[in-house]
Design a protein around this ligand. Structure first.
Ligand SMILES: C[S@@+](CC[C@H](N)C(=O)[O-])C[C@H]1O[C@@H](n2cnc3c(N)ncnc32)[C@H](O)[C@@H]1O
Length: 244
């Protein structure tokens, strides 16, 4: 599935979801990585780094390598994070032939819609983790934390573009590992021209037990670590690669 947000309207990403809104959570990810690692963390790989919003904060603590499949999103991130390494790649298959002190996966993991996909992504995480290194995977939701909700947001940029969006999360059908999120974007150019886009994202939803067992199959013993962002509780999974 090609989401309009990451392809046709990717240049609007920083107006829809500004980097400044990620400061609190990025600081938490830096803290979680540092607290768990059994080696000094200098180099961090992020899989599905999107427009590089977390990276724009985390790069002050780590040297970041950013892997993202959508060229438009990489382009946005390159402008924001010129000091980071940007590479194309799908988290299910990419192999960089080297390891990192930490591997981080944020909301991009929600695009793993089957257990096979999630298994492949966690294999990729394990393949890039140095001994003593830490994997931090921070999904938007697990079965246990999921809530169908409607949200809205948007901002304005320095050249006067404005965006507003409505995000409507629908619950999964019984027995399904996916749910859909509908977005309506209103995109206003500085000259007043208005564009409307409807986007449908298919996202994966797995129980905590499934997450932990898929980590196990990837050779990583993970722990469930709750995180709180702007007063909301989320699940995260942290695993350290053994040193022997
Ligand atoms: C919400 S954005 C990520 C934003 C990011 N957290 C940030 O800080 O800017 C989700 C990203 O996941 C990427 N994505 C979707 N499927 C992917 C896959 N199979 N492998 C890697 N990334 C993927 C999309 O292209 C998109 O850029």
């Amino acid at each position: 599935m090609r989401e309009h947000l990451y392809y046709d309207i990717a240049e609007w990403w920083p107006v829809i979801s500004p980097p400044s809104e990620y400061a609190e959570e990025a600081a938490l990810y830096v803290e979680m990585i540092r607290a768990q690692a059994r080696r000094q963390v200098r180099e961090v790989l992020e899989l599905g780094s999107g427009g590089g919003n977390n990276a724009s904060h985390m790069k002050h603590s780590f040297a970041m390598t950013l892997v993202e499949p959508a060229e438009g999103m990489r382009e946005i991130s390159r402008k924001l994070n010129s000091e980071c390494t940007h590479l194309p790649g799908d988290m299910r298959h990419v192999r960089l032939g080297r390891t990192f002190d930490a591997v981080f996966v944020h909301d991009a993991v929600m695009y793993m819609t089957t257990e096979d996909d999630l298994h492949a992504a966690l294999q990729t995480v394990a393949a890039h983790l140095a001994p003593g290194g830490v994997a931090l995977v921070a999904p938007d939701a697990t079965v246990e934390t999921f809530s169908g909700a409607t949200e809205h947001g948007g901002a304005e940029d320095e050249i006067g573009r404005r965006a507003r969006y409505l995000e409507w999360t629908l619950p999964p059908e019984p027995g399904e590992t996916t749910y859909t999120v509908h977005y309506v974007f209103l995109l206003r150019e500085p000259d007043g021209r208005m564009r409307v886009a409807h986007d449908v994202h298919l996202e994966g939803l797995f129980s905590r037990a499934t997450w932990l067992s898929l980590f196990d199959e990837a050779g990583l013993a993970a722990t469930l670590v709750p995180r709180t962002i702007e007063g909301e509780e989320y699940d995260s999974f942290v695993a350290v690669r053994p040193t022997t």
